[in-house]
Design a binder for this molecule. Structure first.
Ligand code: ASP
Length: 440
């Protein structure tokens, strides 16, 4: 009998989670039940994926870079990656600006709605926290991101998933030096990382066997957890649709890029990536999805590890096209409602620049995009006293949009890695392995 493909199982899990969430809301104890028994299942799953992210980056990047045997090739991969990441991000922001200027979602928001949102979220701890984190980020020197990339202690760097760029830096450094030392000296270390890499990829398989159940837990938890915000969703629907239209256009752009630059069928490409996309949607975290994105791109799309091991982890931290598109829409929407006098052409240009920098700096975790939005708004000279209202305005609908922009974030990374691989002759026929081979 033909086995049901994993992405279908995950999809069924998601739908069951959606229905389950609504059913749970019908009971008085539904919320508590979700909190006590369902949310932990999703949390364990996300933790498992995060658990293997750092060892996977370390092992596959050291192995990938050292396998290149030629530093010039690494330079080409690096250059192509940076150019594509910056270009796609600018494209995404421009699409966001175009959608929000054409659809004008801020036009329909009444003063009463603003008042209602203000009351609902006045003094909301989560909003206050986001503003404070953004302030800390802003007070740092511009080149701080380079300083932050270079760890002073690799064990400290590996102790937090927030330090992914530091681990990437160390892995590239070590990978390059392995090319430079005599082969027989490099071999044992390379074998060690190769073996670690294979073991961790198997862990991804094992974890993914539980994905359909985990996404059930994640989605029903989102439904139960955000139930209080729905009343306000109606008034934000036009804004939500504007973001979604922008994200869909971006998806088409990726599909076109895949066709034009690699000659692959874009629908086939999306199908191969689907389990990672569904996971990105359910977890709202590109960092947690990274191990699955890597596996899909390598085994199912055919990108060599030499490319994917570099392009994807870097992308998870610095290339967030969905997030930057969202920031452009959200910033202009907020200006349309709260500060129309700030809607100048030069401010829109500032948004392109700051949203680009902000998406590079945004952490790959749920809700990070909102923090960076504060930085974008401040760079426009947006009145500080209106910031809490600004965030209140988009808070109710942030989670569903976060889920969707995370899908675009990882699709962008996968697209760029496939194109870069093609450009350096490292895109081959995929050799998919079964998730559960040897288990059954
Ligand atoms: N949740 C997004 C990600 O992990 C970041 C964001 O837009 O908030 O890619």
């Amino acid at each position: 009998m033909k086995k049901t493909a994993l992405h279908w199982k995950i999809l069924i899990g998601m739908l069951a989670g959606l229905v389950g969430g609504f059913v749970l809301l019908q009971f008085d104890y539904g919320k508590q039940l979700t909190y006590d028994f369902i949310a932990p299942v999703g949390k364990i799953f996300v933790n498992l994926l995060k658990l293997i992210a750092i060892p996977l980056i370390l092992a596959s990047l050291i192995k990938g870079v050292s396998d290149l045997k030629d530093i010039a090739k690494f330079k080409t991969i690096g250059l192509h990656t940076i150019i594509l990441y910056i270009t796609t991000t600018i494209f995404a922001i421009s699409i966001g600006l175009l959608s929000v200027n054409v659809l004008q979602p801020g036009k329909g928001i009444s003063v009463e709605t603003v008042q209602k949102l203000k009351q609902t979220y006045a003094g909301n701890k989560k909003i206050e926290k986001k503003i404070n984190v953004a302030k800390e980020e802003k007070s740092k020197p511009i080149l701080q991101f380079l300083v932050d990339m270079v760890p002073d202690n690799i064990f400290k760097a590996m102790s937090s998933n927030g330090n992914m760029l530091q681990v990437i830096f160390f892995a590239i450094f070590l990978g390059i030096t392995l090319i430079l030392i005599p082969e027989h000296k490099a071999a044992p270390l390379k074998d060690l990382f190769d073996s670690l890499n294979a073991a961790i990829l198997k862990m991804v398989d094992l974890i993914m066997l539980t994905a359909p159940y985990a996404v059930f837990a994640l989605i029903s938890n989102v439904i139960v957890g955000t139930a209080g915000d729905w009343e306000l969703l109606g008034s934000l629907i036009k804004y939500g649709i504007t973001v979604i239209i922008g994200l869909l256009i971006m998806l088409l752009v990726y599909m076109m890029m895949v066709k034009v630059f690699t000659g692959k069928n874009p629908f086939w490409f999306i199908k191969q990536l689907a389990p990672a996309q569904l996971l990105a949607f359910s977890s709202s975290s590109s960092a947690a999805t990274l191990p699955v994105t890597m596996e899909r791109v390598e085994e199912h799309i055919g990108v060599d590890q030499e490319v994917s091991s570099f392009v994807l982890p870097v992308g998870a931290t610095v290339n967030m096209d969905g997030t930057s598109l969202y920031q452009a829409v959200a910033a202009v929407f907020i200006l349309q409602v709260l500060w129309p006098e700030g809607l100048s052409f030069s401010n829109q240009l500032t948004i392109i620049l700051t949203a680009l920098l902000a998406s590079i700096g945004a952490a790959a975790v749920p809700g990070a995009g909102m923090i960076m939005l504060v930085i974008v708004l401040e760079s426009l000279g947006f009145p500080a006293e209106k910031l809490p209202v600004a965030l209140a305005l988009i808070f109710a609908i942030d989670r569903p949009l976060d889920m969707m922009r995370t899908v675009i974030n990882i699709t962008g990374d996968a697209t760029v890695s496939t194109i870069v691989a093609k450009s350096v002759g490292k895109l081959h026929s995929p050799k998919p392995k079964e998730w559960d081979d040897k288990l059954t």
